[in-house]
Design a protein around this ligand. Structure first.
Ligand code: DX5
Ligand code: ZN
Length: 228
């Protein structure tokens, strides 16, 4: 499946979001451009940090044509589908640990024409998604404990990517496998080799002086792994 790089705005300067978006949207070459933007929504309850909500998503929507991937790290995510849909999200993922009615929430996303994803934390089994795979557009594997940027990659996550890629193949499904946390030009290789398709990177993009060059480096490293 096609490889995509998703810079996470969590590591951008929140007072200069439009500039951060422009840096990853307007690179002169396609390899240096973001494929989607990843927006981290934290509520201080599901995770020990607070970021922003629908008004900031709506503000970002106005300054970019890139698809917006909203990662909800919040309790009761099912209650927040409509506000994020109205704000202009193209993709919305929520945590399996936070929503007992995942099927209902995924149906609500589909009804609004939004790509729906389910997220699992590092110690949550991907096999718990087995009966959800028919209803989702992507699975997001957390390769750090959610809440903060700049943490170290947890390599055991890759077992789940392998299991998901195999299940996808066996069942003829089309969902993407996204991975989030500690992605760098070093870790992205193994993640690509394990079957991941969408790579979220915060500090490895916006923590660098040249975000477009950082995207190019990530893409090249992932592509090399696929060719190997
Ligand atoms: C963490 C967020 C990530 C974060 C990743 O809870 O879900 O999207 O921005 O940051 P890095 O790439 O620095 O690990
Ligand atoms: Zn995220």
């Amino acid at each position: 499946m096609e490889l995509k790089i998703l810079p996470s705005l969590l590591s951008a300067d929140f007072a200069r979001l439009a500039e951060a978006v422009a840096a990853v949207e307007n690179a002169p070459d396609a390899a240096g451009r973001a494929d989607l933007l990843h927006l981290d929504i934290m509520d201080g309850r599901f995770v020990p940090n607070i970021t922003f909500g629908p008004p900031v998503v709506a503000a970002v929507r106005k300054v970019t044509r890139l698809p917006l991937d909203c990662h909800l790290m919040i309790v009761e995510p099912g209650r927040w589908i409509e506000p994020f849909a109205d704000a202009g999200a193209d993709f919305v993922s929520f945590h399996l640990e936070a929503e007992p009615h995942a099927h209902r929430a995924l149906q609500a996303l589909k009804k609004r024409g939004i790509g729906g994803g389910l997220v699992v934390n590092p110690a949550t089994a991907a096999t718990g998604l087995e009966d959800a795979l028919d209803f989702l557009d992507y699975v997001l594997l957390m390769s750090v404990n959610p809440g903060f940027g700049g943490q170290a990659f947890i390599p055991e996550t890759l077992r789940k990517a392998e299991w998901l890629a195999e299940a996808r193949e066996k069942r003829g499904l089309k969902f993407a496998i996204e991975i989030d946390g500690g992605i760098t030009p070093e870790t992205i290789r193994a993640a690509r080799a394990a079957g991941c398709d969408w790579f979220v990177a915060g500090s490895a993009v916006f923590g660098k002086p040249d975000p477009a060059a950082a995207i190019r480096a990530l893409r090249a490293a992932a592509a090399a792994a696929a060719a190997a």
